[in-house]
Design a protein around this ligand. Structure first.
Ligand code: ZN
Length: 416
């Protein structure tokens, strides 16, 4: 797979004059703000392309799309990078199960993901970088960490000394080990210095895919991939030197809440080992999406795929609208009823927008932007829109549908 620049077409954003409030976001360690007219460096963990985009993915990418849109509308220049984990255990397993090769499976699912994102009007990343195109970056990063004494060998595999950063653990060590085990870590492997030490380079085994590197033939661990891709594509060629003009190297590291630990923690301490600096100013995480009262997961076989909904003829604006009804940071449940109620609300909204006379929109626009500025309070935005529809239906006048439609399209990606 190739490194792609702006992999799918971006809809134009109409400039909105009134976007002046800083965007306040919740990070794992408190709140932080993105000021208008600033330089925003955002990295969002991408998909492992072995299956189609499900609603949990859609909710995540939609959240960072709101941050991207709000920042652009407030005059910031946004540098947004996303990776594709196109070499990983689940991808190899799925390719084997389906009797296909992993490269074509990854390509097919990445193409489908791009089409889903385009349909949902998610602005495309500036750089969309497959892990398989980052091998030289991983190679140099490991060498740099070796010089600093952060790396050791177990058999032919290389491990990172997480043990040097235990004071930064966001949870207790015992809890961390349990979660590490559940989420793909190997705390029980013999020969490791500490259970939480994480894999940097896996020597080739059983004819699995591998790459030549100065650390032998093999492939990288997951955390180091995101660490180097984010730095290289957000900081440039000299990424290993860090950026001493900044207290943190990037502004936002984002993904689902299942990435808080170990993935984002491990990436951040590896960045610190490489550069001596803090990785991100804020770590923003989205809640999980369940289905009909159960956790949505591949093992339960109850994933709701965006492409399937689109194929069934569901209007993408309805999917987007339905996902915006919950706050991004909360876990939420999805059901057919969500889609039905969103369909009805969207229809009602469209019919209000098609009237000649509508309720006032000027104050509403300010209120919508103010709600977004408060940690993307989309439930509040939805309430404001519902109140406006009711006021319009009651016959209030004085608004401009053009003004409101432009705001919803630009700030929320809702094209009615
Ligand atoms: Zn990642």
């Amino acid at each position: 797979m190739n490194i792609l620049q702006s992999p799918w077409p971006n809809p134009a954003l109409s400039a909105l004059e009134q976007v002046q409030l800083p965007l306040t976001l919740k990070s794992t360690s408190g709140t932080f703000t993105i000021d208008p007219q600033s330089n925003v460096r955002m990295y969002v963990c991408g998909i492992t392309p072995y299956d189609a985009t499900h609603l949990g993915h859609a909710a995540t990418y939609l959240t960072f799309d709101l941050i991207n849109r709000y920042s652009r509308l407030s005059g910031s220049s946004v540098h947004f990078v996303e990776n594709i984990t196109d070499i990983d255990e689940p991808l190899l397993e799925r390719a084997e199960r389906d009797g296909t090769d992993w490269i074509s499976l990854a390509q097919k699912e990445t193409d489908l993901f791009s089409r889903d994102m385009e349909a949902l009007r998610v602005l495309s990343p500036e750089w969309f970088v497959p892990a398989t195109q980052a091998m030289d970056l991983v190679d140099s990063a490991i060498s740099k960490m070796q010089e600093g004494g952060f790396v050791y060998l177990v058999d032919n595999d290389l491990y990172f000394r997480t043990s040097l950063f235990l004071s930064e653990l966001p949870i207790s060590e015992a809890e961390a080990i349990t979660i590490f085990r559940e989420r793909g870590g190997d705390p029980d492997r013999e020969g490791k210095e500490h259970p939480l030490d994480s894999l940097l380079w896996l020597a080739n085994k059983n004819g699995e895919p591998g790459w030549n590197s100065s650390h032998g033939f093999g492939r990288p661990g997951w955390h180091i991939e995101c660490a180097v891709i984010s730095l290289r594509y957000l900081l440039g060629e000299n990424y290993l030197s860090g950026d001493s003009s900044q207290t943190s190297l990037i502004d936002i590291q984002g993904g689902g809440s299942d990435l808080i630990f170990p993935h984002h923690f491990m990436s951040a301490i590896q960045v610190k080992a490489m550069t001596g600096q803090q990785f991100a100013r804020g770590y923003v995480h989205t809640g999980m999406v369940g289905l009909d009262g159960e956790k949505m997961s591949k093992s339960k076989g109850n994933l709701v795929f965006v492409s399937k909904l689109l194929h069934e003829g569901i209007d993408p604006v309805v999917i987007r609208f339905a996902l915006l009804q919950s706050h991004y940071s909360e876990d939420r449940m999805w059901s057919e009823a969500n889609l039905e109620s969103a369909t009805q609300v969207v229809e009602r909204f469209r019919s209000a927008l098609s009237r000649n006379e509508v309720a006032p929109t000027s104050e509403l626009s300010h209120q919508i932007l103010a709600a977004l500025a408060q940690n993307l309070d989309t439930p509040r935005v939805m309430q404001l829109l519902q109140d406006w529809v009711e006021a319009t239906e009651e016959g209030q006048v004085g608004g401009s549908t053009g003004e409101l439609a432009r705001l919803l399209d630009s700030a929320l990606g809702l094209a009615f």
